[in-house]
Design a protein around this ligand. Structure first.
Ligand code: INS
Length: 291
């Protein structure tokens, strides 16, 4: 494992060239395994989080959460202090890591830094992409904060984890306005015009706009849609997306490999890395922010 001064290489680059790609000793196909097994506490935790989400996330609920959170009057904090809170958050929807989310933040950022040394905005995007999960410390259950996202107000896509069956107790499943292919949308209206299940992605995107961050548009969109797996990995919703979304897709896919495949038990030296990232915070989103 290559170690460089001041930064940690999480992946041996030669591994990327092998026919069977392996990241951090775990083969790619071993990630995102949502097999149901109620005798396994982790699998059961993940399944329950998604079933709670898929039961409760409706058009109405998403509108209510947007109304509440997009006022940005819940608390005030610097980015660093908010990140430190993620020490206390283990993502209950994630089958690939049991470590606090702050570790995942640094793992993602550091791996991006290895591959894209000159794009400091990209390093910071990696560090803060999941920071919207702080909502869990202000009254939101994890099912409303973490996990993959999906549009509401139209038919549930097949590629959503646990499938359309997991929405059997969701009232929108039986609403004829919503349970059809286009639902409440126009063909090719574009991702930005869809109402996406409420989660850390949309909150963090809107937070960065509200607090006038200088992160480029690319980074903002990586954050906004990184959990929209049924679109960027499942290939669904192409009847709703437009040309601009093709560009966004390239950005999200570039980000996604770092987000997903860096999840491992290797913990970066967070204390040693703070000074570098504090500089980036000062450059792109300084001071006390409104959350
Ligand atoms: C990721 C992804 C994972 C989910 C995480 C989320 O972007 O969608 O599947 O478990 O909560 O941050």
């Amino acid at each position: 494992m290559a170690e460089q001064k001041g930064e940690i290489s999480l992946i041996d680059p030669s591994q990327l060239l092998r026919p069977e790609p392996v990241f951090n000793d775990k083969p790619i196909e071993a990630f995102r395994d949502y097999t149901v097994d109620d005798s396994d506490p982790v699998r059961e935790r993940v399944r329950k989080t998604y079933y709670d989400m898929h039961t409760n996330v409706t058009v109405e609920l998403v509108k209510q959460k947007r109304e509440k959170w997009l006022k940005f009057n819940t608390f005030k904090s610097t980015i660093k202090d908010a990140l430190i809170k993620l020490n206390e958050l283990v993502d209950e929807s994630d089958p690939d890591t049991d470590l606090p989310n702050i570790v995942h933040a640094f793992q993602t950022a550091e791996r991006i830094r290895v591959d894209h040394p000159d794009d400091d905005w990209f390093h910071l995007t990696g560090l803060i992409h999941d920071l919207g999960k702080v909502m869990a410390f202000y009254g939101e259950p994890q099912w409303c904060v973490v996990g993959d996202t999906f549009p509401v107000g139209c038919k549930w896509a097949k590629s959503i984890v646990y499938g359309p069956e997991s929405f059997k107790d969701n009232p929108d499943t039986y609403n004829p306005k919503y349970n059809i292919e286009y639902g409440m949308y126009e063909p090719h209206c574009g991702l930005d015009n869809l109402l996406i299940s409420w989660s850390h992605d949309e909150y963090m995107y809107q937070f960065l706009k509200h607090n006038k961050s200088k992160i480029p548009e690319k980074g903002l969109y990586m954050i906004r849609y990184h959990s929209l797996y049924p679109w960027h990995a499942g290939g669904d919703y192409r009847h709703l997306t437009n040309e601009k979304d093709e560009q966004i897709l390239q950005w999200v896919l570039e980000f996604n490999k770092y987000d997903l495949y860096t999840k491992s038990t290797k913990v970066p030296d967070i204390e040693a890395l703070w000074p570098y990232y504090e500089k980036l915070i000062d450059k792109y989103i300084p001071g006390v922010c409104e959350w």
